[in-house]
Write a new protein. Sequence first.
Length: 273
Amino acid sequence: MHAKAGPASAAHQGSAGRRKTGQGENFWQYRGYNAEDSASRVDWRKSSRGDQLFVRETEMETTRTFLFWCDPSDGFDWRGSEDVSTKAGRALSILMALGSSIAKSGDRCGALGGPRAPSSGGKAALSMAQDLWQNPVETSLPVSNKKPATLVLASDFYRPLESLSAWIQELAHKNRNGTLLMVYDPIEASYPYEGRIRFFNPSAKKDRLIGRAENLKEEYLKRFQQRRDDMQALAHSVGWNIVFHQSNEPAAPVFMQISSWLEMTRQDGKKPA
């Protein structure tokens, strides 16, 4: 077992920035009307210029809140060799980079179920990462947040599928924008085992001795792929995104992909495709 890496400086910076406001009429932010808005929120003056209805919001109203979660289980805080980060360590570095970019843009970030309210500014990402890092291992899946936000959830998602499905559906009911970051170790993706092997489950604290480990490879890889497929189907069923990341591969492409999805939620107020 390897200790969970503490929060560190984000290596990659991106932009989930918000649009700047100008003077006069541009002091307000405008977005398209949707079915959830009351008619009293429509700006009829601006809407009269075309065929689309617009809702006017103040800059404060358009500030986004982003909540992050990193699986605190022992199974996620694991690596197959000394040459790679733990799955949790890699996830935390990506989440902190995202949080840093978000906070610098003026939006708020925080830990889902964390002790502190979401915040913006220079120390917001560090506070968020500290709250995630200090989550006790025995912590169950956090309850839904009180106010709607955009969520990013990082895990290997090896927990029972039924509990994951119920939890994510509950979160999606209140938070229509979300991303699942599924992180796995290269050994988990390849299953290089042969001969007599003792396997240990760090989450369940159980081990099992296998005489010819190679005999399990086909069934294991089938189940590994099935879990990926199940999580992808679950994410899509609630209108969320999912990205898969192997912990020995560069983190920058994953960071950029999630950043682009988060920016899309700002630009049009809708779920990203």
